[in-house]
Design a binder for this molecule. Structure first.
Ligand code: SAM
Length: 279
Protein backbone atom coordinates (compact mmCIF):
# COMPACT_ATOMS: atom_id res chain seq x y z
CA UNK A 1 0.00 0.00 0.00
CA UNK A 2 1.23 3.52 -0.86
CA UNK A 3 2.35 5.80 1.94
CA UNK A 4 1.52 9.46 2.18
CA UNK A 5 3.04 12.90 1.70
CA UNK A 6 2.62 15.24 4.67
CA UNK A 7 3.11 19.00 4.22
CA UNK A 8 4.51 20.21 7.52
CA UNK A 9 4.62 23.97 8.16
CA UNK A 10 7.55 25.26 10.21
CA UNK A 11 7.98 28.57 12.07
CA UNK A 12 8.67 31.70 10.00
CA UNK A 13 10.82 33.06 12.81
CA UNK A 14 9.53 32.10 16.24
CA UNK A 15 10.30 28.47 17.13
CA UNK A 16 7.37 28.50 19.56
CA UNK A 17 5.04 28.46 16.55
CA UNK A 18 5.68 24.80 15.72
CA UNK A 19 2.45 22.96 16.52
CA UNK A 20 2.18 19.71 18.44
CA UNK A 21 0.69 18.02 15.38
CA UNK A 22 3.50 19.28 13.14
CA UNK A 23 6.10 17.95 15.60
CA UNK A 24 4.31 14.57 15.87
CA UNK A 25 4.22 14.29 12.08
CA UNK A 26 7.97 14.97 11.86
CA UNK A 27 8.49 12.35 14.58
CA UNK A 28 6.41 9.63 12.94
CA UNK A 29 7.22 10.11 9.23
CA UNK A 30 9.58 7.55 7.71
CA UNK A 31 11.72 10.30 6.22
CA UNK A 32 11.80 14.06 5.70
CA UNK A 33 12.24 15.98 2.46
CA UNK A 34 13.83 19.31 3.41
CA UNK A 35 14.66 22.45 1.42
CA UNK A 36 17.94 22.83 3.35
CA UNK A 37 18.86 20.05 5.76
CA UNK A 38 21.12 22.43 7.76
CA UNK A 39 18.11 24.63 8.56
CA UNK A 40 15.80 21.69 9.32
CA UNK A 41 18.31 19.95 11.56
CA UNK A 42 18.23 22.98 13.88
CA UNK A 43 14.46 22.59 14.23
CA UNK A 44 14.81 18.82 14.77
CA UNK A 45 17.43 19.41 17.47
CA UNK A 46 15.09 21.89 19.15
CA UNK A 47 12.37 19.21 19.13
CA UNK A 48 14.73 16.37 20.06
CA UNK A 49 13.92 14.46 16.86
CA UNK A 50 16.35 12.44 14.72
CA UNK A 51 15.13 11.48 11.26
CA UNK A 52 16.62 10.49 7.89
CA UNK A 53 16.43 13.39 5.42
CA UNK A 54 16.69 13.95 1.69
CA UNK A 55 16.89 17.36 0.05
CA UNK A 56 14.13 18.75 -2.11
CA UNK A 57 14.64 22.28 -3.42
CA UNK A 58 14.39 24.50 -6.50
CA UNK A 59 17.63 23.16 -8.03
CA UNK A 60 17.01 19.40 -7.66
CA UNK A 61 13.21 19.08 -7.65
CA UNK A 62 13.21 17.64 -11.20
CA UNK A 63 15.04 14.50 -10.03
CA UNK A 64 14.34 14.52 -6.29
CA UNK A 65 10.56 14.76 -6.82
CA UNK A 66 10.14 11.48 -8.74
CA UNK A 67 12.54 9.73 -6.33
CA UNK A 68 10.44 10.84 -3.32
CA UNK A 69 7.25 9.82 -5.13
CA UNK A 70 8.65 6.30 -5.74
CA UNK A 71 9.48 5.87 -2.06
CA UNK A 72 5.95 6.95 -1.09
CA UNK A 73 4.46 4.58 -3.67
CA UNK A 74 6.54 1.82 -2.07
CA UNK A 75 4.79 2.48 1.24
CA UNK A 76 6.87 5.11 3.07
CA UNK A 77 5.50 8.31 4.59
CA UNK A 78 7.34 11.52 3.80
CA UNK A 79 7.09 14.85 5.64
CA UNK A 80 7.96 17.79 3.38
CA UNK A 81 9.39 20.86 5.12
CA UNK A 82 10.88 24.09 3.83
CA UNK A 83 13.18 26.56 5.56
CA UNK A 84 10.17 28.44 6.90
CA UNK A 85 6.41 28.48 6.52
CA UNK A 86 3.95 26.28 4.68
CA UNK A 87 5.40 24.00 2.00
CA UNK A 88 4.02 24.57 -1.52
CA UNK A 89 3.34 28.29 -0.95
CA UNK A 90 5.81 30.12 -3.22
CA UNK A 91 8.24 27.19 -3.18
CA UNK A 92 8.78 24.01 -5.26
CA UNK A 93 6.64 21.95 -2.86
CA UNK A 94 3.81 22.75 -5.27
CA UNK A 95 5.47 20.52 -7.90
CA UNK A 96 5.75 17.58 -5.50
CA UNK A 97 2.10 17.93 -4.50
CA UNK A 98 1.11 18.01 -8.19
CA UNK A 99 3.24 14.92 -8.85
CA UNK A 100 1.59 13.02 -5.99
CA UNK A 101 -1.90 14.22 -6.96
CA UNK A 102 -1.37 13.11 -10.57
CA UNK A 103 -0.38 9.64 -9.35
CA UNK A 104 -3.25 9.31 -6.87
CA UNK A 105 -0.86 9.47 -3.89
CA UNK A 106 -2.48 10.87 -0.76
CA UNK A 107 -1.29 14.31 0.44
CA UNK A 108 -2.16 15.72 3.86
CA UNK A 109 -1.48 19.35 4.74
CA UNK A 110 -0.95 20.25 8.41
CA UNK A 111 -2.12 23.85 9.04
CA UNK A 112 0.45 26.26 10.44
CA UNK A 113 2.65 29.34 9.94
CA UNK A 114 2.51 31.10 6.59
CA UNK A 115 3.93 34.59 5.99
CA UNK A 116 1.07 35.66 3.72
CA UNK A 117 -1.72 35.05 6.26
CA UNK A 118 0.28 36.60 9.12
CA UNK A 119 0.90 39.72 6.99
CA UNK A 120 -2.66 39.98 5.69
CA UNK A 121 -4.18 39.61 9.15
CA UNK A 122 -1.98 42.31 10.69
CA UNK A 123 -2.07 44.70 7.69
CA UNK A 124 -5.13 46.70 8.70
CA UNK A 125 -6.32 46.45 5.08
CA UNK A 126 -9.52 44.66 3.98
CA UNK A 127 -9.11 40.89 4.37
CA UNK A 128 -12.49 39.73 3.03
CA UNK A 129 -11.19 39.34 -0.53
CA UNK A 130 -7.52 39.22 -1.46
CA UNK A 131 -5.14 38.00 -4.12
CA UNK A 132 -1.76 36.43 -3.40
CA UNK A 133 0.80 37.38 -6.05
CA UNK A 134 3.89 35.72 -4.54
CA UNK A 135 7.16 37.07 -5.95
CA UNK A 136 6.85 39.37 -8.97
CA UNK A 137 8.69 38.00 -12.04
CA UNK A 138 12.33 39.09 -12.41
CA UNK A 139 11.95 39.57 -16.16
CA UNK A 140 11.02 43.22 -16.72
CA UNK A 141 8.42 42.53 -19.42
CA UNK A 142 6.63 39.82 -17.42
CA UNK A 143 6.81 41.97 -14.30
CA UNK A 144 5.19 44.92 -16.09
CA UNK A 145 2.53 42.62 -17.60
CA UNK A 146 1.66 41.19 -14.15
CA UNK A 147 1.38 44.67 -12.62
CA UNK A 148 -0.67 45.96 -15.58
CA UNK A 149 -3.05 43.04 -15.13
CA UNK A 150 -3.53 44.20 -11.52
CA UNK A 151 -4.26 47.85 -12.38
CA UNK A 152 -8.01 47.44 -11.85
CA UNK A 153 -7.71 44.94 -8.97
CA UNK A 154 -10.07 45.89 -6.15
CA UNK A 155 -8.99 43.12 -3.79
CA UNK A 156 -6.13 43.52 -1.32
CA UNK A 157 -2.91 42.27 -2.97
CA UNK A 158 -0.09 40.40 -1.23
CA UNK A 159 3.48 40.23 -2.54
CA UNK A 160 6.59 38.46 -1.24
CA UNK A 161 9.87 40.28 -1.76
CA UNK A 162 13.57 39.88 -1.00
CA UNK A 163 15.27 42.82 0.79
CA UNK A 164 17.69 43.65 -2.04
CA UNK A 165 14.78 44.03 -4.50
CA UNK A 166 12.45 45.94 -2.20
CA UNK A 167 13.30 49.46 -3.40
CA UNK A 168 12.83 48.57 -7.08
CA UNK A 169 9.57 46.80 -6.26
CA UNK A 170 8.21 49.81 -4.34
CA UNK A 171 9.02 51.97 -7.39
CA UNK A 172 7.21 49.52 -9.68
CA UNK A 173 4.20 49.34 -7.37
CA UNK A 174 4.11 53.16 -7.27
CA UNK A 175 4.16 53.32 -11.06
CA UNK A 176 1.38 50.72 -11.33
CA UNK A 177 -0.97 51.84 -8.54
CA UNK A 178 0.07 55.44 -7.80
CA UNK A 179 2.01 56.73 -4.77
CA UNK A 180 -1.09 57.29 -2.62
CA UNK A 181 -2.24 53.66 -2.49
CA UNK A 182 -2.23 52.28 1.09
CA UNK A 183 0.40 49.70 1.86
CA UNK A 184 1.46 47.60 4.83
CA UNK A 185 5.15 46.72 4.83
CA UNK A 186 5.41 43.64 7.06
CA UNK A 187 9.00 42.91 8.04
CA UNK A 188 10.55 40.09 10.06
CA UNK A 189 7.18 38.72 11.12
CA UNK A 190 7.17 36.73 14.39
CA UNK A 191 10.85 37.64 14.94
CA UNK A 192 12.57 39.90 17.45
CA UNK A 193 12.59 42.88 15.08
CA UNK A 194 9.07 42.42 13.72
CA UNK A 195 7.79 45.67 12.22
CA UNK A 196 4.57 46.60 10.43
CA UNK A 197 4.56 49.99 8.69
CA UNK A 198 1.14 51.10 7.53
CA UNK A 199 1.65 53.95 5.06
CA UNK A 200 1.31 54.72 1.35
CA UNK A 201 3.46 53.31 -1.45
CA UNK A 202 5.10 56.74 -1.90
CA UNK A 203 5.88 57.04 1.81
CA UNK A 204 7.33 53.53 1.86
CA UNK A 205 9.57 54.36 -1.13
CA UNK A 206 10.82 57.49 0.67
CA UNK A 207 11.36 55.54 3.91
CA UNK A 208 13.48 52.88 2.21
CA UNK A 209 15.35 55.41 0.05
CA UNK A 210 16.75 56.73 3.36
CA UNK A 211 17.20 53.35 5.05
CA UNK A 212 18.52 50.11 3.63
CA UNK A 213 15.87 47.34 3.64
CA UNK A 214 16.94 44.43 5.87
CA UNK A 215 15.18 41.20 6.75
CA UNK A 216 12.23 39.42 5.16
CA UNK A 217 9.29 41.33 3.74
CA UNK A 218 5.68 40.85 2.78
CA UNK A 219 3.97 43.78 1.07
CA UNK A 220 0.21 44.09 1.44
CA UNK A 221 -1.26 46.61 -0.98
CA UNK A 222 -4.79 48.03 -0.80
CA UNK A 223 -6.97 47.34 -3.84
CA UNK A 224 -8.26 50.07 -6.14
CA UNK A 225 -11.28 51.78 -4.55
CA UNK A 226 -14.44 50.59 -6.31
CA UNK A 227 -15.70 52.96 -8.98
CA UNK A 228 -19.00 54.43 -7.96
CA UNK A 229 -20.77 54.85 -11.30
CA UNK A 230 -21.47 58.42 -12.40
CA UNK A 231 -23.92 60.42 -10.29
CA UNK A 232 -25.07 63.87 -11.47
CA UNK A 233 -22.13 66.28 -11.48
CA UNK A 234 -19.61 63.41 -11.64
CA UNK A 235 -16.54 63.87 -13.84
CA UNK A 236 -17.63 61.14 -16.26
CA UNK A 237 -21.01 62.72 -16.81
CA UNK A 238 -19.46 66.15 -17.24
CA UNK A 239 -17.03 64.77 -19.78
CA UNK A 240 -19.85 63.05 -21.69
CA UNK A 241 -21.94 66.24 -21.74
CA UNK A 242 -18.88 68.12 -22.98
CA UNK A 243 -18.51 65.63 -25.83
CA UNK A 244 -22.21 66.02 -26.63
CA UNK A 245 -21.80 69.79 -26.72
CA UNK A 246 -19.02 69.28 -29.28
CA UNK A 247 -21.56 67.41 -31.43
CA UNK A 248 -20.71 63.79 -30.64
CA UNK A 249 -23.68 61.36 -30.90
CA UNK A 250 -25.11 60.26 -27.53
CA UNK A 251 -24.03 56.62 -27.82
CA UNK A 252 -20.46 57.49 -28.79
CA UNK A 253 -20.17 60.17 -26.07
CA UNK A 254 -21.36 57.68 -23.42
CA UNK A 255 -18.95 55.02 -24.70
CA UNK A 256 -15.93 57.32 -24.78
CA UNK A 257 -16.50 58.90 -21.35
CA UNK A 258 -17.31 55.49 -19.85
CA UNK A 259 -14.04 54.14 -21.22
CA UNK A 260 -12.04 57.12 -19.97
CA UNK A 261 -13.48 57.04 -16.44
CA UNK A 262 -14.02 53.30 -16.10
CA UNK A 263 -17.76 53.57 -15.46
CA UNK A 264 -20.69 51.62 -16.90
CA UNK A 265 -21.58 52.77 -20.43
CA UNK A 266 -25.28 51.97 -20.09
CA UNK A 267 -25.57 53.91 -16.81
CA UNK A 268 -23.85 56.93 -18.29
CA UNK A 269 -25.98 56.74 -21.45
CA UNK A 270 -29.17 56.83 -19.33
CA UNK A 271 -27.86 59.74 -17.28
CA UNK A 272 -27.01 61.82 -20.35
CA UNK A 273 -30.38 61.02 -21.93
CA UNK A 274 -32.19 61.99 -18.71
CA UNK A 275 -30.22 65.23 -18.42
CA UNK A 276 -30.92 66.17 -22.04
CA UNK A 277 -34.61 65.34 -21.72
CA UNK A 278 -34.93 67.62 -18.72
CA UNK A 279 -33.16 70.54 -20.37
N1 SAM B 1 6.33 28.97 2.17
C1 SAM B 1 6.60 30.21 2.85
C2 SAM B 1 5.33 30.68 3.58
O1 SAM B 1 4.50 29.87 3.93
O2 SAM B 1 5.20 31.87 3.85
C3 SAM B 1 7.14 31.27 1.91
C4 SAM B 1 8.39 30.87 1.20
S1 SAM B 1 9.04 32.14 0.20
C5 SAM B 1 10.34 31.21 -0.56
C6 SAM B 1 9.91 33.18 1.29
C7 SAM B 1 9.29 34.57 1.41
O3 SAM B 1 8.28 34.57 2.41
C8 SAM B 1 10.27 35.64 1.86
O4 SAM B 1 11.01 36.16 0.77
C9 SAM B 1 9.33 36.70 2.44
O5 SAM B 1 8.74 37.45 1.41
C10 SAM B 1 8.26 35.81 3.07
N2 SAM B 1 8.59 35.56 4.50
C11 SAM B 1 8.97 34.40 5.06
N3 SAM B 1 9.17 34.56 6.38
C12 SAM B 1 8.90 35.85 6.66
C13 SAM B 1 8.91 36.63 7.86
N4 SAM B 1 9.26 36.12 9.01
N5 SAM B 1 8.57 37.94 7.76
C14 SAM B 1 8.22 38.50 6.58
N6 SAM B 1 8.19 37.79 5.42
C15 SAM B 1 8.52 36.50 5.46
Amino acid sequence: MAGKLYLVPTPIGNLGDISRRAAETLETADFLAAEDTRVTVKLLNHLGIKKPMVTYHRHNCGTAGPAILRRIQDGETCALVTDAGTPAISDPGEDLVALCAADGVEVESIPGPCALTVALSVSGLPTGRFTFEGFLPLNKKNRRAQLEALAEEERTMIFYEAPHKLRATLDDLGAAFGPDRPLAVCRELTKLHEEVLRLTIGEAAAHYAAQEPRGEFVLVVGGRPPRTGAPDGDAALERALGLRAEGMPLKAAAAQAAEEFGVKKRLLYNQIAEKEENK
